[in-house]
Structure formats: structure tokens, C-alpha cells
Design a protein around this ligand. Structure first.
Ligand code: PLP
Length: 377
């Protein structure tokens, strides 16, 4: 088995200090109101088989990096969906259906969100139509179909699948449950983010250590903003917030840099599929443009290795199933610790209690096996 020596060479590919940083709880909770957060926890915690996901400690990594604690929220154990996304789409379906049984819900997805919507529809006995682009893997399609949803494959990318979803939903009066917000479409994404915030509600009861830093993976920024809303509501002290993206899909970093929503061009898709997004969602932008201290990016290079290290107990005493979107949180923490300037900027030291979000397990079983195999070589 390889040692942890090689991680000394791991680097961030980009880093940016947010010059407009100013965390105010009231400002954050204006965009995802407190009542929404309370209601989300009340509902989701009453679902069958609800259990807080484990808050593990990556004790071997924390020792290697000379940090006080490195916590890892293991979302591979979230219901049986193996991802934090189970908290968002399914909850939004419950809220917008308002107990009606004769509605049909629809959504466009890169994978996990659609699974959550399909599962939420199945829980309530509703019909469901999920639109996916040609790039969504067959494994992910199968996982969605398992919950009885009809999957409609659309030529082109995610945006094409979303347009087709909107067109057919309007024509057939299906209720769209989308996790991406625009100026005009806010409520469903807000409900989705409120669902995600319960990760922080759980953590606030799982440790009495004050979290000093949170590394948050971002695609369109929904998960990061939901977590930040949870922090504003449930944490006594505000930790430093570091946003992590694939270097080929850095729409948050570019937006923060230019202090306006930036749409970027993705030249090549990252292996971190769920995070390979070209434009931020509107409400997450409003939140993260103020609440994030710093944005960083990582390449695909160490993803497989990190997946294998988690599984093979190299980072902690536990064997952890963490997929391609769980790895970048760990990689960016290591990269930050190897970068004297960033380390100093975000004040990472022997007193730091870092929180990482293990957002998904082997949600795409085939890809997970490939990564594990590659990472162990
Ligand atoms: C599986 C998965 N999909 C998507 C995302 C991105 O979420 P969002 O688009 O809400 O930023 C993440 C994590 O950031 C993830 O782990």
C-alpha cells in the first residue's frame, strides 16, 4: 500500500480571495428564509428510515496535515440514494405536490437530482418524467428508472435537456422540480437548498467542536448555498467558507472574480460530473458572492487516488465509499495546506477544525469501480 507521502505534492490549480466577503446571517437568511429551514428539517426527519448521516473523522489525514480535526460528513449513507441530493429534490416534490395525487412532476438532471425527484415522486405515488442529456451515463439512467420514472434522453448537453423539459412540461401541465434558480424561478430551488441545510443541523448536534473551516464543492452552487444557509441558522460561530470547483468548470470562481454572474465555456467535461457546470444558480450566487472567503479549483488528476485512499483506510480508520464529487473537498484541503500563502490567508493551523462534505458514495457504480481500480494502481 502506498503511503501518504505523495500528497505533499498535491496542488490547487487556482485560488482567489473574495474581496467582497462580508458574512451576515440576516443577509443569507433573506435568500433561504429561516422558516423554510425549520420546515425542511421537520419534514425530512419524519420520513421513514431517516437517520443523520455519520460525521466521521479523517484522523490519519488530520495528523498528516497537522490540523486539530478533519471532519467528513458521509453522505454516501443518505437514505439509500447515496448522495446529499436525496435531501433536496425529494423534499421539493413533497412541498409542491401539497398532498395531491394526480399531478406529474418533471425535471432535467445530470444524475443525482433526477434520482432524488424520482424517489420523491415514488414515495408519494406520483408519476415522474426525467430529462437527461446524451452525456448522462446509462448507469445513472438505470438508477432513475429504478424509482419508476420515465427517462427521456435529449440530444446535446444539460441545457438542451432543460429546454426540452420546460417545453413538454408547459404543454402537458407537468410540475417542474428544478434545483437551479433564476431571477424568475426561486421557490423550488429554495426548498431544495433548505433540504440540504439539514446536513448542518445534524452536524450541530454531532460535535461540540466549533467548525473553523468548511470546504464546499460547487456545481451551480446549490449545495454550497444550502450549507451556508444552515451555518447562518444553526452554527454559533461562522467558519471560513472555501468554495471548490473543477478547474475546467470554475463558474463560481469566475463570478466572484468579476463580481457578477459569469457564464463560462467548458472545453472538456471534468470527471467530477455533477460539478461540471457552466453557470451559477441565481440564489446561490446572491449568497456565495458575500459568504465565501475564498474560491479554489482542482484538476481531475488526484480524484481516483483519493477515492482509493478513502476506501483503503489511508485517511481514517474507517473504510469510506466516496465518489468523484467527494474527493475534491479532500484534495483542496491538502492543496491549501501545501500552499503557504493560502494556508496563511485562511488561517489553517493546528487549532483548525475543518469540515469536508463527502457528498456522494458510489452513486455511479460503474464509474466508482473504475476510479477505485485506477486509484489503487
Ligand atoms: C454528486 C454531486 N452533484 C452535484 C454537486 C454540485 O451541487 P450544486 O450544483 O448544487 O453546486 C455536488 C457537489 O457539489 C455533488 O456531489
Amino acid at each position: 500500500m502506498k503511503s501518504l507521502k505523495s500528497i505533499k505534492k498535491w496542488t490547487l490549480t487556482k485560488s482567489l480571495k473574495n474581496n467582497n466577503f462580508s458574512f451576515r446571517r440576516n443577509y443569507v437568511l433573506k435568500f433561504v428564509p429561516s422558516l423554510l429551514l425549520i420546515n425542511a428539517f421537520k419534514s425530512i426527519s419524519s420520513w421513514k428510515n431517516y437517520k443523520a448521516t455519520p460525521l466521521l473523522r479523517l484522523d490519519k489525514l488530520q495528523k498528516n496535515l497537522k490540523l486539530n480535526n478533519v471532519f467528513y460528513k458521509d453522505e454516501s449513507k443518505r437514505f439509500h440514494l447515496k448522495s446529499f441530493k436525496a435531501l433536496g429534490g425529494a423534499y421539493a416534490v413533497e412541498k409542491i405536490s401539497k398532498g395531491k395525487k394526480n399531478i406529474i412532476v418533471s425535471s432535467a438532471t445530470a444524475g443525482n437530482h433526477g434520482r432524488s425527484v424520482a424517489w420523491g415522486a415514488k414515495r408519494l405515488g406520483l408519476k415522474c418524467k426525467i430529462f437527461v442529456s446524451q452525456y448522462v451515463s446509462e448507469t445513472r439512467v438505470k438508477e432513475i428508472k429504478k424509482f419508476g420514472a420515465e427517462v427521456i434522453k435529449v440530444k446535446g448537453d444539460y441545457e438542451n435537456s432543460l429546454n426540452e423539459c420546460k417545453k413538454l412540461s408547459k404543454k402537458n401541465n407537468w410540475k417542474i422540480v428544478q434545483d437551479v434558480s433564476t431571477k424568475e424561478y426561486k421557490l423550488v430551488p429554495q426548498l431544495t437548498m433548505a433540504g440540504y441545510s439539514i446536513m448542518i443541523r445534524e452536524i450541530s448536534k454531532q460535535t461540540n467542536q466549533y467548525i473553523t473551516h468548511i470546504f464546499l464543492q460547487a456545481g451551480v452552487g446549490g449545495m454550497a448555498a444550502g450549507i451556508v444557509a444552515g451555518v447562518a441558522k444553526y452554527f454559533k460561530r461562522i467558519p471560513k467558507i472555501i468554495i471548490v470547483e473543477p478547474d475546467r468548470a470554475d463558474c463560481v470562481l469566475q463570478s466572484v472574480k468579476h463580481n457578477k454572474l459569469k457564464k463560462i465555456k467548458i472545453k472538456k467535461e471534468s470527471i467530477m460530473g455533477g460539478m461540471s457546470c457552466n453557470e451559477m444558480s441565481y440564489i446561490p450566487w446572491q449568497i456565495l458572492k458575500k459568504a465565501s472567503n475564498c474560491c479554489v479549483t482542482v484538476s481531475d488528476r488526484n480524484i481516483a487516488r483519493t477515492v482509493a485512499m478513502l476506501k483503503d483506510k489511508m485517511l481514517s480508520k474507517y473504510s469510506i465509499t466516496g465518489g468523484e464529487c467527494s474527493a475534491p473537498g479532500i484534495i483542496s484541503l491538502i492543496g491549501a495546506c501545501n500552499n503557504t500563502k493560502i494556508k496563511k490567508l485562511i488561517e489553517l493551523d493546528e487549532n483548525s477544525n475543518v469540515l469536508l462534505i463527502g457528498c456522494e458514495g458510489n452513486a455511479d457504480v460503474k464509474l466508482y469501480k473504475q476510479l477505485l481500480f485506477k486509484g489503487r494502481k
